[in-house]
Write a protein that binds this ligand. Structure first.
Ligand SMILES: *Cc1c(COP(=O)(O)O)cnc(C)c1O
Length: 435
């Protein structure tokens, strides 16, 4: 693969002729990230008005800039104001506009942190923030509060505390390595963390969330994939937001990961002015599956400070989901989710397909608007579960098949729990009853 003319120009401006071969060295890319407006102007040929530049510099004091030369080379410099690459990488002074619904840590990740580096929100899985560094600072980062903290990779002692928490909590069967970007760690350090996690018997799956295939594709080296292969099952989620991000280099990066036997997922964020269009998302998901990446989540933009100009109404997301279901391969369709402000976790949102119901029929509509009736069975024998799997006709027959205690809606549906309703805390009506 040759460098594009634009890449060659940028490379030569960063260093003289010798560096062309270094372009594909990820460490060279990281060393030469663009962090100030002057360098950005020099490398792209884009010039900002003085007044605009002053506003941008003010923005960078709060939310710093970092773009890899690779990602920079994808910017359409002729039409940068409408460019989805530019908008994800380059600040807007709108980041400083605060609205009162925005929060520093909208997902309460810090509050749900039992030990440093761990967010434990769901019963059987945790986020493990093993890196506080990223090659590129995405302007729409949900952890914007942390962007620009001194970049660091946590020391072994700190990581060991996280591992200890996972070891001591046997319900954790799925560990998500997150950050920052876990692939900013060296292969050796990552190998050590994965080896330690693999020693824990109850850890079944390890997932890695990384945007390097998109913004630093040269990070996906043979050495890295060979190391990852030793620790299977490893799953990776990456973060493509726009079809323009699928380039020869980024396709090669996901191909190497897929060839290493790693199932790949993609988490996109719905962003105003970048991808808030059914045709763009459809093109994106189709390109992803063509490259063996399964669209996993489409996120509604979080309420983090500095993101208001990226937010769309939820209706835009539903409109996009309406345009996908039925219109393209089922496995190309992500789940659209809103990550609950306050830390309730991801909540799926979609168009309604179930439109009415009687005692023996369900009325549904399909993607074309055809309305149809599904007849319920006449003789369904509801087996009253006695929570005794050992004697059940359905023969669960697995040793770990013990019953878990129901919570939430599951509790209301259970035949064993006498709970009639779920009530918000400090409900006035119930408080009056007690008095
Ligand atoms: C997203 C997330 C997970 C993983 O959720 P899945 O739906 O299993 O992908 C786990 N913990 C936290 C805190 C998360 O935000």
């Amino acid at each position: 693969m040759n460098l594009t003319q634009r890449q060659e120009n940028i490379a030569r401006k960063i260093e003289d002729a010798v560096c062309i071969s270094k372009w594909r060295d990820w460490k060279w890319q990281v060393k030469n990230v663009i962090q100030d407006i002057d360098t950005f102007e020099k490398l792209t040929g884009i010039k900002f008005e003085r007044e605009e530049k002053e506003k941008l510099i003010k923005t960078l004091e709060i939310f710093p800039l970092s773009i890899t030369p690779f990602y920079l080379s994808l910017i359409d410099t002729e039409n940068y104001k409408n460019d989805p690459i530019f908008k994800q990488a380059f600040p807007s002074y709108k980041e400083l506009e605060k609205s009162n619904c925005e929060m520093n840590d909208p997902l309460a990740e810090d509050a749900d942190s039992p030990v440093e580096l761990i967010t434990h929100r769901y019963p059987d899985r945790v986020l493990f923030h093993i890196s506080n560094a990223c090659a590129m600072y995405c302007r729409h980062c949900t952890r914007k509060r942390k962007v620009g903290d001194v970049d660091y990779i946590p020391q072994k002692e700190k990581i060991e505390k996280g591992i200890k928490y996972i070891r001591e909590n046997k319900e954790i069967r799925d560990v998500l390595l997150s950050g920052g970007d876990p692939f900013m760690l060296s292969d050796e350090y990552l190998d050590w963390i994965l080896t330690e996690l693999r020693k824990i018997e109850h850890v079944e799956v390890i997932r890695i969330g990384t945007r390097t295939p998109v913004v630093l594709p040269y990070r996906i080296t043979e050495n890295l994939t060979n190391m990852l292969k030793k620790h299977h099952p490893i799953w990776i989620n990456t973060h493509f937001n726009h079809p323009r991000e699928l380039t020869p280099s980024t396709k090669k990066a996901v191909e190497k990961l897929a060839d290493a036997g790693i199932p790949l997922g993609n988490q996109s964020v719905l962003l105003a002015g970048v991808n808030d269009c059914p045709r763009i998302i459809k093109k994106l998901v189709q390109l992803l599956v063509k490259n063996r990446v399964r669209p996993y989540y489409l996120y509604q933009c979080d309420l983090s400070e500095g993101l208001s100009h990226f937010r769309t109404p939820v209706g835009k997301g539903i409109e996009i989901m309406e345009s996908l279901r039925g219109h393209t391969s089922g496995f190309a369709i992500p789940t659209y989710v809103i990550d609950a402000p306050g830390g309730g976790g991801k909540i799926p949102v979609m168009p309604n397909y179930l439109i009415s119901w009687s005692t023996n029929k369900v009325i549904l509509r399909n993607y074309e608007g055809v309305i149809t009736a599904y007849k319920e069975p006449d003789n369904y024998q509801n087996i009253c579960c006695d929570l005794n799997c050992a004697e059940c006709d359905l023969e669960l027959n697995i040793s770990e098949g013990e019953e878990v205690i129901a919570i939430g809606l599951e509790k209301l549906l259970s035949e064993h729990d006498k709970t009639l309703s779920l009530t918000p805390e400090n409900n006035d009506r119930l408080n009056r009853r007690e008095n």
